[in-house]
Design a protein around this ligand. Structure first.
Ligand SMILES: [Zn+2]
Length: 247
């Protein structure tokens, strides 16, 4: 199945958190979107691989994805190896996305940093005919990096105002990950994780607000590209901005 945009995450829920609103928006615009997760979440603090797969499928439905898939790279051991690159190259060639969304290369979790490197290298390698896999050579036009734990100065921000509520629903599909209501607010559970903290969903909403504010809308998601952006017609491109022209 050919896709317009394909997001890669080290773990199920990474894409929902970092670019879920954009994926939902693209699907609503009629584009075909997908998420490929490198691991199956078997070493996650909460839940197990089976629960995570069910939650991933539910989130995929909420986001209106055309395709979603989990690879079998060991969770917590996402390493930059040729074998792992071949798995990702095969997914890129099978789905032929015009753009690929990847985790930002600086992160707290080593799986995220390695996933970033793996995806960037694989997008390039997928275009080389002599790198042989089950699929024929194909190279996406652009790799766009999504923000995780650490901030970057974005190349652009996507307005997700109309779909932010749906993004939060996709995140809530990972029910096993979240703060349990029977848990006290003040005493952390022994298995407490960042995403499991009661205020986690507020963090996500605040970040969407913060980046939305940078471009004059209610909610936004930040993205980074390594190359300079080419603009053919600055009058039309910047002329559609209204933020600074409000008298
Ligand atoms: Zn992750």
């Amino acid at each position: 199945m050919t896709l317009d945009a394909l997001a890669f995450g080290a773990h199920a829920d990474d894409a929902e958190l970092s670019c879920g609103g954009t994926l939902i928006k693209l699907a609503r615009m009629g584009y075909k979107t997908g998420v490929v997760v490198l691991t199956q979440g078997e070493t996650g603090t909460r839940g197990n691989a089976e629960i995570r797969a069910r939650e991933f499928a539910k989130a995929a439905e909420v986001m209106g994805l055309t395709a979603h898939k989990m690879l079998d790279i060991p969770d917590g051991r996402v390493e930059v190896t040729w074998e792992n690159k071949l798995k990702i190259i095969d997914e890129i060639r099978a789905h032929k996305p015009r753009i690929v969304l990847a985790p930002y290369w600086v992160d707290r979790h080593p799986d995220h940093e390695n996933a970033s490197q793996l995806v960037r290298a694989s997008v390039y390698l997928a275009g080389l005919k002599k790198v042989e896999t089950a699929q024929e050579a194909f190279r996406p036009v652009k790799v766009v990096f999504c923000q995780g734990r650490f901030e970057f100065s974005p190349s652009f921000v996507v307005d997700i105002t109309d779909v932010q509520a749906q993004k939060m629903s996709a995140i809530r599909a990972y029910a096993s990950q979240f703060h349990r209501l029977d848990q006290s607010e003040s005493t952390p559970a022994p298995d407490e994780t960042l995403i499991g903290r009661p205020e986690f969903l507020d963090f996500i909403e605040a970040r969407d607000r913060r980046y939305g504010a940078q471009v004059g809308v209610k909610y936004g998601e930040p993205f980074l590209v390594r190359e300079a952006l080419k603009v053919d017609d600055p009058v039309t491109f910047f002329g559609s901005e209204y933020l600074w022209t409000i008298p």
